[in-house]
Design a protein around this ligand. Sequence first.
Ligand code: G3P
Length: 221
Amino acid sequence: MQPLIVVNFKTYSSAMGEKAVELAQAMERASNEHVRMVAVVSAFDLFAVKQAAPTLEVWSQHLDPVGQGSFTGWLQPENAIERGAGGTVINHAEHKVEISHVEKLMHQLPKEFPICACAADVAEAHQLAELGPTFIAVEPPELIGGDISVTTADPAIVSDTVDAVRTINPDVRVLCGAGVKDGNDVRTAVELGAHGVLLASGVTKADDIDSVLTNLVAGLE
Ligand code: G3P
């Protein structure tokens, strides 16, 4: 199974609108058979990104477990899928939800639809693993957006999460994130037992996005 490099575009100005399209195309160019690249884009950009980078896997940054009808302003799952979402992040540190939100969403989404539930620590990962999402991404909030990768600052949180999740549900794959910047961080994540990484600023704030993406992917070769 290919390891994942999941790039969260958040609301970085360098990763929204036209820039989201350009970044997605750069990710498409950097992809190869060793890696599963995923762009996690603003709901507004889903359709345009999917059109411009059709071979790239594109996820939503959040979804709400609501139906079709009187739900003003919510991110409705079927609508997101129709516009190109091939997966979703949920419970990101910057968009926390109740565990019941994750549970309802999982019931509503198609069985094979990838869901990446984020956890701040091993205890939260443990709780989420009981629901059986496709992925759990462990990201210590204090390291998000910083210069030190979780794989350097706190490798134990990665390996402990991998162990905890495996005990509860071996089908759930663990990603790690926060401060991930280069191929060495990606390689270390995999050595620690993760199935890949979730990162943002290392890509979205880079001066030379192509070389950063190439370097990240090289960490898996
Ligand atoms: O979703 C990824 C994220 O929260 C990590 O952000 O900027 O530390 O790579 P960053």
